[in-house]
Write a protein that binds this ligand. Structure first.
Ligand SMILES: [Zn+2]
Length: 96
């Protein structure tokens, strides 16, 4: 279907940067909770604070679009802002 080929590049890159930060958390001065709830909240906040960048996945087009998309520093900055918010107001102790 159509949605199978439609990807929000902003969301993909937010998750990629966040995963990198989680992987390197021991080497970084940036400390944050890495439970599923907090990571989901961080990804949601950062994604909401970036413009959506939808692209169609095909063999070559996706890589081309990535190159002209948002810069790594912009994405990382939004993720770090989201980490600050979630660290200050975590939801991981709420019952869902
Ligand atoms: Zn947490």
């Amino acid at each position: 279907m159509i949605e199978d080929n439609l990807v929000n590049e902003s969301r993909v890159r937010v998750i990629s940067v966040l995963e990198e930060l989680v992987k390197n958390v021991n080497k970084s001065s940036l400390k944050f909770c890495s439970c599923k709830q907090c990571l989901s909240d961080i990804a949601a906040i950062a994604s909401n604070n970036l413009p959506p960048r939808y692209c169609i996945i095909s063999e070559h087009a996706y890589e081309d679009k990535r190159a002209e998309g948002l810069t790594y520093d912009v994405i990382k900055g939004k993720v770090e802002e989201a980490i600050e918010i979630v660290t200050e107001y975590p939801h991981h102790d709420r019952e869902i």
